[in-house]
Structures are given as C-alpha cells and as structure tokens.
Design a protein. Structure first.
Length: 343
C-alpha cells in the first residue's frame, strides 16, 4: 500500500468520526432542549396565572390562619363557653307512638264461654238483619278507605269506564254483584247438604270456575254453626252479615268468601277484608243471639278461572291485631259523621 492511499483512508475515517460526533451533539442538544421545556411546563402552576393584585388580599387572609395560635384544645374551650359542655349520651330518635283506640272494647266477650260446647248446630243459625239504625261494616270501611286504596280504586273505575262506557260499566257492576250473590247461595246449599251434589254444580255455568276453585277448601270445612247470618255489636253500634261460621281444620272460624279475577296469595293483597272478618268476629262475640264465641277467621279468595282458591287463616293473635285496626276505623267513621252532622 502506498503512502497516498494510506493517507486517503485515514482522512475518510476522520471525516466519518467527526460527522458522527456532530450528529451525537445535535441529538444531545435536542434532548436537553425538550427536557428543559418539559421541566418548565411542569414547574408552571395554575396558581401563578391568578391575578395577584385582584386576589392578593384573599390569599393572604387565608394563608394567615396557618400561623394562628388556636389549637383543638382552645377551640373546645371556646365551644364549652358558647354552647355548653358536649353531651356524651347518644341521641335516641323518638319512635312514633302506635295508634291506640280510645274505646278499648275487647274482641272476646268475658260474659260468654271461651269455646263452644257443641261442634255444630242442626240446622245452622240464620238470623236476619235488624231494622236498627246501625252502621254496617262495609259502610264503615268504605267511608274510611285509605287514600292510596281510594286512588287505585278510582283509577281502575276510570279505566273500566273508558273501555266499557258508563252504561257498560254499570252493567258490569250489576253482573258482578249478581254473580257473587249466586256464588254465596250455591255455597250455602253445598254446606247444608250432606254430600256435594256434582250434578247441581255443573248446572251453574256462570260460577263453575269459582266452585271448582274452592273445592279443596270445602273439604277442610265442617261443623257448620251459622250461614248468612246477621251479627250486631250493641256497645259499638254496628252490624254486618256473616257468610259462614264453621270449623276449618278443627278451628271454629268466621269464614268470608271472596271472588277475584286477580291472584291474591298473601293476606295483605286483600286490602280491608281482614278488618271485615275481625269486625264480624267481635260483633258475633257480643251478640246475645249466639251462645258461643269465635277467636279465629278464614278469608277465602276464589278465582273465576278455577285455579285453587287461597284460604287465608287468621289465628287469634292476628284477629286481635285487625280488631284494633277496625276500632280505629270505626272511630274515624264516627268523627266524620260528627263533622258532617249526620250523627
């Protein structure tokens, strides 16, 4: 290799080395510049953009509390002087007192035997309604219906009138009443008969679904003591017509038969019907026409499509609860009559 060629190669290497150094320096400068910008951006605070002259007094006023000599102990002392010592007792919210009837008439009559001596009466008692001026159980419940129930009832009524018209709704109401009356009459026949007459049941096409619905309940009913009989409470001055008094699974009950197109599997689905049963029990127990007492109730909801009826059994404790509710509704009814001057 000659000297000139060797010099040329070394010159090329120096040129490439110097070019690489320049590129590295250029990249280093760009990196430092970018880092500097990011640092500057990070350092910049939003508070520095606030108008210092406009809000300076406010900032100084707020930050001056940092050097306050007040401590938690001194603050508690000031509160002690201003508001008195702190009560260490836990505050218990006062519960709303339950509504208690003013006229605490007992459901059971102490002048009568607690349980009937006989299991059944042949024929069952059937006493007609007296002409005395006493409010009926259904009237009391209708006149004191809670607002939510009245709202839903009115909404249903308007919906039916829109579908059927005024005359159509009147016809529907009349037909429903007659159907219920027919159902009760046939049940009375079945309970009076020694055996269930299947042929007679098949003749009642309009109520065949209701009859099929209650068949399993009728199998548990025995010892009928009264049917479609009137009861009255001389002390509380109200009266009603009881569907049936009989034994249900060995327990003497006031039985009320109801019809419905809608399933009511729970007792609360029946609205005021339990109060009606309790009112009948109380009236029967204080009625001199009956020498026995009842402390249980049975509310049977039969369905038009023939699906099994729901028998809602009311034990003595439940009857007592609804009896107190009935007494409150009766008091409300009398107060409303006084206000309207229809005593």
């Amino acid at each position: 290799m000659g000297p000139s060629l060797f010099l040329n190669k070394n010159c090329c290497r120096l040129t490439m080395l110097s070019a690489g150094l320049v590129n590295k320096q250029h990249l280093l400068c760009r990196f430092l510049t970018a880092s500097s910008c990011l640092y500057e951006k990070k350092k910049t605070s939003e508070y520095e953009r606030v108008d210092q002259e406009k809000y300076g007094d406010l900032i100084r006023g707020l930050t001056s509390f940092k050097s306050s000599s007040q401590t938690p102990e001194t603050l508690f002392e000031e509160d002690n002087i201003l508001y008195g010592p702190v009560s260490k007792h836990r505050h218990v919210a006062k519960e709303a007192e339950p509504h208690v009837p003013r006229n605490r008439v007992a459901l059971m009559n102490p002048a009568k035997n607690s349980l009937p001596c006989k299991t059944s009466l042949v024929p069952p008692l059937q006493i007609g309604l007296q002409t005395k001026k006493m409010a009926s159980v259904t009237t009391v419940l209708q006149k004191t219906m809670p607002l939510d129930q009245a709202f839903f009832l009115e909404r249903w009524k308007r919906k039916m009138i829109l579908e059927l018209g005024e005359e159509g709704f009147a016809e529907y109401t009349k037909y429903t009443f007659q159907q219920g009356k027919h159902f009760h009459a046939v049940l009375e026949e079945l309970l009076l008969a020694e055996e269930n007459p299947v042929k007679e049941q098949e003749e009642h096409n309009s109520i065949s679904g209701y009859l099929a619905s209650v068949q399993h309940v009728l199998q548990d009913v025995s010892g009928v003591r009264a049917l479609e009989t009137a009861v009255q409470h001389e002390t509380l001055q109200y009266q009603g017509l009881v569907d049936c008094v009989a034994e249900y699974r060995g327990k003497l009950c006031v039985i009320d038969w109801k019809t419905s197109g809608k399933s009511k599997p729970l007792l609360r689905n029946t609205f005021d019907n339990p109060l009606q049963v309790a009112a009948y029990i109380g009236a029967l127990n204080h009625d001199a026409n009956y020498d026995f007492q009842v402390d249980c109730g049975l509310l049977v909801v039969a369905y038009k499509d023939g699906s099994p009826a729901h028998p809602h059994y009311m034990d003595p404790e439940l009857c007592s609860q609804y009896w107190n509710k009935w007494l409150l509704r009766l008091e409300e009814f009398r107060e409303k009559r006084k206000d309207t001057g229809t005593v």
